[in-house]
Design a protein around this ligand. Sequence first.
Ligand code: ATP
Length: 582
Amino acid sequence: MKFKEFAITAYELENTSSRLAMIEILSHLFKKADSQNIQKLIYLLQGRVAPPFEGIEVGVGEKFVEKAIANATGYTISQVEALFRKTGDLGVATEQLLQKKKQMALSAEILSVDDVFDTLLKIAKTSGEGSQNKKIKHLSELLNRADSLEGRYLVRIPLANLQLGVGDPTIMEALSIALKGDDSLREDIEKAYNLSSDLGLVSKNLYEGKNQLGGIKIFNPVRPALAERETSPTAILERHKKTMADLKLDGFRLQIHKKGEKVMLFSRRLENMTDSFPDVIKIIRENVKAEEAIIDSEALAYNETTGEIYPFQYTIQRKRKHGVAEKAEELPLHVFAFDLIYLNGKDLIEEPYMKRRKLLEKIIGGEGITVMESITTSDNEELDKFFKKSIEIGAEGVVCKDPDSPYKAGMRGFNWIKLKRSYKGELADTIDVVIVGYYLGKGARAEFKFGGLLGAVYDEEDDMFKTVARIGSGFTEDMMVKLREMLEKIKAKDKPARVDSFIKPDFWVKPIYVVTVKADEITESPMHTAGWKGDAGYALRFPRMVGGIREDKKPEDVTSVDEIKRMFKLQKHTAVQTSPEA
Ligand code: ATP
């Protein structure tokens, strides 16, 4: 397949304002694909050359990309820079320079998807001395053969800003439509994706006509199971006759994969965290007694002597690129294991939780790792007591698990129910929103050129982002500067296709960054599109940002519209109230 087909698709996707059109554009492309190129196409659409958990990034800095553009177009680096400053986008600058290029290279062979993908992969894998120059050379060669539209998208991949705004559900639906004409394949695709986390591979298996589209494999992360929420022990015990309640600790969710001496760690977003936590690797090697295992866990800073749980502000210090080993010494993590997904060649996903938990207890023991403290009960009072104890020792609350349930990869369901503490006059839980726009500052904020954010939640039904709050407080001055700088880079001309909004912010941005918001309550509002029922949607009352950008969450991981609807109902009969001093 010609790379031009990809470039045209990318252009169309960038310029559509409707998700249905996106599905059509994509399915049109997928119809032309075959089993040999579909995997590459899927990764390219995601702006990558491998699934995220492999940690293979094309990553070339702006300065080096400018050099490659200069090499390929015959313009000087300062001319490239000047146009970059003017357009604010190296993709557009490349496009314009390639349009003005006097002549095509003599032996210019038309670029194929294979050429581009294979060269970008080569760039990603080039390391060591002189690697930047080699990368520039490879990129220049591609640009030499590219026409202007191809150039626009070619440079965006190494710059990690392709961002076509297509979510995985949209790709899955388009695949089904391309192959079957309807969405009948969607469920199978999604199931395989939840187990393998590799949409490229699932698509390849699909095009090859395999029966098994994807399953659990050691060192491929499984998409994590997620919890629903309730506000009282009674409500939980109405759903689970008997429940296994775990502490809910606040740290890093880590999915641990072990085979012999080899151990890999994956974050909630399925990124490879193996190099970040050498202390955890050692603990697993020494204290997990199984040849092969996939364990779900929460890891946090913890005082091994006193058993004191440290607050998240301590654990977060372990998130760093430099000084990893020193910080690991200073603030070692303790692994609290809570589920076992795979053991010695056997996929445990369909086994009842009770059984998985028993197996987990058998294989774990020793310093640095424990099975998460839990109780099994069908008694309201006992559950309430355990919940109160959890708050007392510094946990966030409890996660109650249905003893008979399978591990629901990639799904939020009532098999797991979280119960968190709540304060009077405040929503029991924080809400994660994706930033879809921002406002210019007025008054005291004018100097920061930043006045607030427009935040949206995710509607799983139509794969769209729906607004729920204008967030005007909770920012430090540093944060305002940082947010403006980050958001300026991802400004969109118009409302992005997957954003549904009545409000028009000063600037639209591509839905990429996630932030956490606290609010006093959820109200009905004619201003916001989240949960729209013809006359009103839902809005957050007094929303304020807490913490920084949630790098552990993708846009589709934000709070869903369904959760907002449920939280709206739940807030009316919140039974669990603890005072802030408790
Ligand atoms: P939150 O922001 O409340 O942590 P979330 O969207 O990250 O929510 P949920 O599924 O809603 O994820 O809540 C479960 C989260 O709580 C997990 O992602 C995990 O990181 C953490 N956690 C802590 N203790 C447990 C436990 N015992 N069982 C499951 N998850 C736990």
